[in-house]
Design a protein. Structure first.
Length: 136
């Protein structure tokens, strides 16, 4: 596997998380247009992440954590929670975006309150997993 590929993948999800956070701050300031574009950017980078991740996994398989003891336990706790929430995030993000784009704003706000924290957790833990697997 090319050594730059995991960093690219991690960068994509980090950009997605930063765009989602930017979108949150935009909507808090009632800048709806900036919020919309930030969230569409977040969705785009999340989709790119998924495409690169699945392609990488199909071509090269997964990486194995080499640590032992407590660090191995911490790694797997983070990895398992990250994986479960990442799997839930896809449908949540799509439903959240659909409700916004179809102007179902009340329903959009209700689900977005769950989607954003999960999105941010997945983005941050993605970086943690990257650091634990590949170092800085």
């Amino acid at each position: 596997m090319p050594t730059w590929l995991p960093a690219l993948n991690t960068g994509l999800i980090a950009i997605s998380g930063l765009a989602a956070l930017t979108g949150y701050f935009c909507i808090r300031r009632r800048n709806i247009t900036a919020h919309k574009w930030a969230m569409l950017t977040a969705l785009t980078f999340a989709a790119l992440f998924l495409l690169v991740y699945l392609t990488r996994a199909a071509l090269y398989g997964g990486a194995h954590y080499a640590g032992h003891g407590l660090s191995r336990v911490v790694y797997f706790v983070i990895l398992i929670s990250h994986s479960i929430l990442a799997a839930a995030l896809g449908p949540l993000a799509l439903v959240t975006a659909y409700r916004a784009l179809t102007r179902q704003f009340r329903r959009h706000r209700r689900i977005a309150r769950f989607t954003l924290p999960i999105w941010l957790y997945v983005a941050v833990t993605g970086w943690i997993i990257y650091v634990m697997l590949y170092g800085l």
